[in-house]
Design a protein around this ligand. Sequence first.
Ligand code: AMP
Length: 217
Amino acid sequence: MRLILLGPPGGGKGTIAKKLQKEFNIPVISTGVILREEIERKTRLGKKVQDIMSKGRLVPDEVIIEIARERIKREDCKKGYIFDGFPRNIKQAESLEKLNEELDEYIDYVFYFEIPFTKVIERLANRRVCKKCNTNYNLLFNAPQKDNICDICGGELYQRDDDKEETIKNRLKVFTKQTLLLKKYYQEKNLLTVIDANCSRNALFLEIKKILGGLQK
Ligand code: AMP
């Protein structure tokens, strides 16, 4: 089963992706997480993308497409995968399609997370992420049991650089200008399911799970 989770930052894609990973035993491929790990490890790629990411702009397509290409060819993706944060524009979507053709595989579902920007801004400003296992928390409705400590692995929580107010605005502009076009793109390919993401993570997960019910492979 191959899925794409599409939607504005802060819409809940990361959290739902992790729940789906557990439920269906297929890996999450989050280009944002991969890039942040490169930054953390201070690799050449990390140094190249750090400034771009801190400003909320998109990392060049060639870089991202290469990351996706390498990742989906790995053994653990044979049964499927969940893309979170990729593709983010038409060029990336077209490259993914070519890549899928090369590998003789196809995307089963694209879920579009519909949520008002006012909600997204509130959620992002209150988001905290575990440094170790990348679990997301929200100080408003999903706070950790102990301040700044991950419930799952005990790792330290932090606020992402790009979750600061100025950068959030820029990310939403980029989303509206580039990523939103993918809604129509996948609609025309009959792959799109729009879901109301302005609800609890649990309700959202159950809805997606219900839709995927007959699709386990
Ligand atoms: P995310 O964790 O998905 O919110 O991504 C954080 C940041 O990583 C984005 O604001 C971009 O700077 C970069 N990034 C992640 N995925 C992509 C992508 N598919 N294309 C371009 N840039 C990306």
